[in-house]
Design a protein around this ligand. Structure first.
Ligand SMILES: [Zn+2]
Length: 296
């Protein structure tokens, strides 16, 4: 069975067991401490969030959807009585940005980058809460209870308003979608500008962090390291080189997705199913030029 789906199936089984044991057990199992006051939330639905507990309140990152957000709120409650002051979005896409109302009802102020905010305004969804505030530019900070969280925007890469979060003191980052440890690129590589993505990965690798919570991970843990960032960039450039070699050989366009093999990454989740789709998308980008694109 395909590893990712097998994990989901196991997660459903685990969820049923946890339900039988009571919700407290579920909250306990899904929370992993990353650093002092920093927690990853991994309920087994393929989406990982992060929250930061200070003595003046909690900062939550990535609601995903109402069910995930409700589980996350419960997880927060399992470690602190502090109120949730902020809910922060990584980017626009519904599969990450839904569920905000759970935190709004808990009293949190919802914040997204202005590009993500504009998209959300233009593309409503029944489970999407429009943020209360937006921020602009390349960087901003939120300080709460003596903890500083940096919000970094690197321009085009994936979706709109993609924000990489950094706790400089704790050296912990939260990174959505642009890095997924131990997995090939997502399916048809939707809404990624490959060139700007590679540039972004380079810039993210220059941030000072030792651990990162990844929104998706096939490593068995939501927590990874900076090496996952450089490995993702290497995977993309290795794929581009392999596609370029097929262009050189004169391999027919439609034969290239089946011809490209990257045995170095054979052990990564999705290799058999998604590598040909990844190649198709990256090949089109190399042939047509980077897309989607806009002048900044
Ligand atoms: Zn996305």
């Amino acid at each position: 069975m395909f590893a990712i789906f097998q994990k989901s199936y196991l997660a459903i089984l685990a969820g049923v067991t946890a339900l039988a044991l009571g919700t407290a057990a579920l909250a306990q199992d899904s929370v992993i401490q990353v650093a002092d006051g920093v927690y990853a939330f991994d309920p087994g639905d393929e989406y990982n969030s992060m929250f930061i507990v200070t003595d003046e309140g909690v900062i939550a990152i990535e609601p995903v959807n109402s069910q995930h957000a409700a589980g996350m709120l419960e997880a927060i409650r399992s470690v602190t009585d502090q109120p949730v002051k902020y809910l922060l979005h990584s980017h626009n896409h519904w599969d990450h940005s839904n569920g905000g109302n759970v935190f709004r009802e808990a009293g949190a102020t919802i914040i997204a980058h202005e590009e993500a905010f504009a998209w959300m305004k233009g593309n409503p969804h029944p489970d999407l809460a429009l943020p209360d505030e937006s921020w602009s530019g390349d960087k901003t900070e939120i300080t709460l209870g003596g903890t500083t969280l940096e919000l970094h925007y690197f321009g085009m890469n994936h979706g709109l308003g993609m924000t990489v979060f950094l706790l400089p003191e704790e050296k912990v980052a939260y990174i959505a979608d642009i890095v997924t440890p131990n997995r090939v690129l997502f399916a048809i590589v939707p809404d990624f500008n490959i060139k700007e993505w590679l540039r972004t990965l380079d810039e993210v690798a220059q941030l000072d962090f030792e651990q990162a919570v990844y929104s998706h991970s096939a490593s068995g843990s939501p927590i990874g390291t900076k090496e996952d960032v450089t490995l993702t960039a290497a995977f993309i450039t290795d794929m581009q080189a392999a596609i370029g070699a097929e262009f050189q050989k004169g391999t027919g366009f439609t034969d290239i997705p089946g011809a490209v093999k990257l045995p170095k990454y054979e052990h990564w989740a999705g290799y058999d199913m998604w590598l040909p789709l990844n190649v198709y998308r990256v090949m089109l980008d190399m042939w047509m030029g980077p897309f989607p694109w806009r002048a900044d």
